[in-house]
Design a protein around this ligand. Structure first.
Ligand code: KIV
Ligand code: ZN
Length: 410
């Protein structure tokens, strides 16, 4: 299937708003501008640049990002009151394509906070979305905690927002409570049952409290959502938001069952992931999908042997597709002769089989005690215990066809 025959999914990045809200992830003004520029260059469709009323710093950052961005729609967040919306507009109005995103919590728990009954809240939604739409022709509305809102009330409020002029309706799973089948069904039902729903874009905004944010977002797309809200490295409140790199690569790699396309240049993913990790101070876990240190690294002998013969045996993506130069063959205690031979060849050493056996034993000894060996390890080769030295000197004379133990890696 070609990209042009696939449905377009818009990527809405909220690293600078929901991501920056994570405790301890505060970024400086200059860092926010840098990340916004990287997002814009990477092909993100909408950048949620901040919450303008929250602080003077947020207002300045959203205004400046609005002035600088070349391609993306620039969005600011506002609660459901006129002051917030006006302040948001003041910040985003400089953008080539501005968007106001206004929200209110619609679930029973969230309705209790402003102490509004259902009718009063419905009236507030009508008033605030209408006000936003009078300022800006691109308005997004979110019923916060949508996935714990009664179906009838959710459908009613979505209809009100559409009638008041919302061009995108976002369905947040604010507390990471939903599951994939439910996420798809909710969007499908809204599109089928709410009058006017076919004229706007539905978005999905998932949190990762149960580790299902990526699956829930992709399921929502299956149900008809055409905007995914996400962050770099999955940064965000509590367990974070849907990770941008995961949904984008999932749709790219599994285009056969998810026939959707985005504008994201995936070769820029690794760089932006590293920059966000640095400026937010939130390190990326080693085994994080797509951008983790180990996502394209192999240490076990069987995997390394397979990789050296055909990379597709153990990798479903090419490292260069996400901006990595190459797969990392890590030499460690699980590595085998094939990988060692290849590593040595890269370093300019072509060894006969008996020499390789010799080096292999020397290599295995320290790696059993260290996590891994690299060219840069400080003391190479490390000292060996006397018993092993004796074993080695007899091995030195062994024939090149020295038998392998049955449980030795290839
Ligand atoms: O998680 C959430 O509900 C939000 C809204 C403000 C969209 O971040
Ligand atoms: Zn959120």
């Amino acid at each position: 299937m070609t990209d042009s025959s696939k449905d377009r999914v818009y990527i809405f990045d909220t690293t600078l708003r929901d991501g920056e809200q994570s405790p301890g992830a505060t970024m400086t003004h200059a860092e926010k501008l840098e990340i916004a520029q990287l997002l814009d260059e990477m092909g993100v469709d909408i950048i949620e640049a901040g919450f303008p009323i929250a602080s003077e710093g947020d207002f300045r950052a959203v205004s400046e990002i609005s002035k600088r961005s070349q391609n993306a729609v620039i969005c600011g967040l506002a609660r459901a009151n006129l002051r917030d919306i006006d302040r948001c507009w003041e910040a985003v109005k400089h953008a080539r394509q501005p968007r106001i995103h206004t929200f209110i919590g619609t679930s029973p728990l969230h309705r209790a906070i402003p102490n509004l009954d259902k009718d009063q809240m419905a009236e507030r939604i009508h008033e605030t979305v209408t006000h936003a739409r009078n300022l800006c022709d691109n308005v997004q509305w979110s019923p916060m905690d949508a996935t714990r809102t009664e179906w009838d009330y959710l459908a009613r409020t979505v209809e009100i927002a559409i009638k008041a002029g919302a061009t995108t309706v976002n369905i947040p799973d604010t507390v990471g409570y939903t599951a994939p089948a439910e996420s798809a069904e909710l969007i499908r039902r809204l599109i089928n049952e709410v009058p006017g729903a076919d004229e706007i874009i539905f978005a999905t905004h998932c949190h990762n409290d149960l580790g299902m944010a990526t699956a829930n977002s992709l399921a929502a797309v299956d149900g008809g959502a055409r905007q995914i809200e996400c962050t770099i490295n999955g940064l965000g409140e509590r367990a974070g938001n849907t990770a941008l790199e995961e949904v984008v690569m999932a749709m790219k790699v599994r285009g056969d069952i998810m026939p959707y396309t985005t504008r994201v240049d995936t070769t820029k993913l690794m760089n932006i992931s590293r920059r966000v990790a640095t400026v937010s101070g939130f390190a990326v876990q080693f085994n994080k999908a797509i951008v983790g240190k180990n996502a394209f690294a192999h240490e076990s002998g069987i995997h390394q042997d397979g990789m050296l013969k055909n990379a597709e045996t153990f990798e479903i993506m090419r490292p260069e597709d996400v901006g990595l130069a190459e797969t990392n063959i890590v030499m460690g205690k699980h590595s085998g002769r094939a990988a060692l031979r290849s590593k040595l060849k890269d370093l300019g050493y072509e060894l006969a089989d008996n020499q390789l056996n010799d080096v292999f034993v020397r290599f295995k000894w320290p790696t059993a005690r260290r996590r891994s060996m690299t060219k840069t390890s400080s003391r190479w080769p490390p000292p060996m215990p006397p018993r092993m030295k004796t074993a080695l000197s007899s091995n030195r004379c062994a024939s090149s066809a020295a038998p392998r133990g049955h449980n030795q890696p290839p």
